[in-house]
Design a protein around this ligand. Structure first.
Ligand code: PMT
Length: 400
């Protein structure tokens, strides 16, 4: 995700029980180095006090249009003038209706109408209010007006009901904001990513798999989305939540993954093969659970198709990026793989440090040589990798 360090954010709170989560959101934005100014509606003050947010932000919190603390006495205009974005979280059904119609009868709605910066809103309301025809119309209107809608999520609600309308978690809103500010290096591009392990059945309950968690592949999918690409994520079994904006295709075996890639590769500009695909599958898997015995058992393995090699060998292949996890001679083996599979770019990593971990270190190998991406969270490495891909893609696009 992109950096929001130094970004000037106006955080608006409206009346909703989710307002307590905004204190945590404020803290996270500040930890990321953003400069946050809080503005609250009167209704928001019924759920959390301005004093709490003032203490956390270290700045006065504004609630009133006529607040004399703003030098020009023009709080309704001035407070948003130097901002990079206004984020309203929680945004109530009432507030959404107001800004969809350009109403400006309190400080926060007036700031939204008078703004020059982007507006992002995180709705939070009861599921019936969210499904109400008027709310649906208002949300569509805001989207047409270029307002970014963050969420909502589905789940347990404060009223005891279950359904759509929960405000996104503070971390998710902070992530969305980081994504919002990421440079759109892949705008209009279609990116296909494979991620995670594959599972090759031996019998009804057993199989061959590996320790890939999917973290690297999912981070690449998210970074490509943040860079403005349209992303399809083909993933083996993982415990991760797929980026909501990606088209997600869940698969089990290498041959399932191959079929899914074949189905989705048409029109792809960039293919990033992060998956740890099993090289073999059981030649004769049993539909039943194989009975235990005291004798030795021999398992016959048949090779799996090489998905990346197949894509790279297409008559008009997308820009192909491979990964290689090696336990020794990292760069030598990885470069051999890159040349054998005819890849413009390959990311090499050490298997013992990469698989399952939250952090990693990559060596990017391309025709220009080696580029080291030092140890960092996989989300950061994925951003750096996407920036490198975008650069090479642009450079070679005339030659494809
Ligand atoms: O999922 P994580 O826990 O975050 O771990 C990330 C990772 C270690 C799995 C990832 O960073 C990584 O290195 N993935 C590639 C794993 C690997 O060693 O692949 P390989 O050397 O078997 O294959 C080389 C390339 O060909 C890879 O891009 C692979 O996706 C692709 N391949 C391999 C075999 C096959 N049958 N089809 C393929 O497409």
């Amino acid at each position: 995700m992109a950096d929001i360090k130094g970004k000037r954010i106006l955080l608006g709170l409206t009346g909703g029980i989710a307002a307590y989560k905004s204190a945590e959101l404020l803290r996270q934005l500040q930890q990321d180095g953003a400069d946050v100014q809080v503005v609250m509606t009167q209704a928001a003050c019924g759920f959390i006090t301005p004093a709490t947010l003032q203490a956390l932000s270290g700045k006065p919190v504004f609630t009133d249009m006529w607040d004399a603390r703003v030098a020009s006495n023009m709080a309704h205009i001035e407070l948003s003038r130097d901002k990079d974005a206004i984020v309203v979280a929680p945004a109530s059904a009432d507030f959404i209706a107001k800004i969809a119609h350009g109403l400006a009868d309190d400080l926060l709605s007036t700031l939204c109408v008078a703004r020059e910066c982007p507006l992002l809103v995180a709705p939070a309301m009861n599921r019936q209010m969210w499904e109400n025809a008027a709310t649906r119309r208002n949300i569509e209107q805001l989207q047409r007006d270029g307002v970014t809608i963050l969420g909502p999520a589905s789940g347990d609600q404060a009223c005891g009901e279950v359904g759509m309308g929960r405000m996104l978690e503070p971390e998710e809103i902070a992530d969305a904001l980081r994504a919002f500010f990421a440079p759109k290096l892949l705008a209009g591009r279609r990116v296909l990513v494979t991620a995670g392990p594959t599972f090759e059945a031996i019998d009804a309950v057993r199989g061959i798999t590996n320790l890939s968690s999917g973290k690297m592949g999912y981070a690449v999918a998210q970074a490509a989305l943040d860079a403005g690409a349209q992303v399809t994520l083909v993933s083996g079994p993982t415990a991760l939540k797929a980026p909501p904006a990606a088209k997600f295709v869940g698969v089990t075996s290498a041959r399932d993954m191959f079929a899914a890639v074949k189905r989705h590769v048409a029109g792809t500009d960039i293919f990033v093969s992060v998956a740890a695909v099993a090289d073999y599958h059981a030649a004769n898997p049993s539909r039943r659970k194989i009975k235990k015995s005291d004798r030795n058992v021999t398992l016959e393995l048949a090779p799996n198709p090489d998905i990346l090699a197949w894509v790279a060998g297409l008559p008009k292949p997308p820009f192909c990026v491979g990964f290689a996890a090696e336990s020794e001679k990292l760069e030598q083996y990885a470069e051999d793989k890159r040349r054998r599979k005819k890849l413009p770019l390959l990311a090499a990593n050490r298997v013992q440090e990469a698989v399952g971990a939250d952090e990693n270190e990559l060596v990017l190998l391309d025709d220009g040589g080696r580029h080291v991406l030092p140890r960092a969270p996989k989300s950061v490495l994925a951003q750096q990798l996407v920036a490198h891909i975008a650069k090479l893609y642009e450079r070679t696009s005339g030659k494809r």
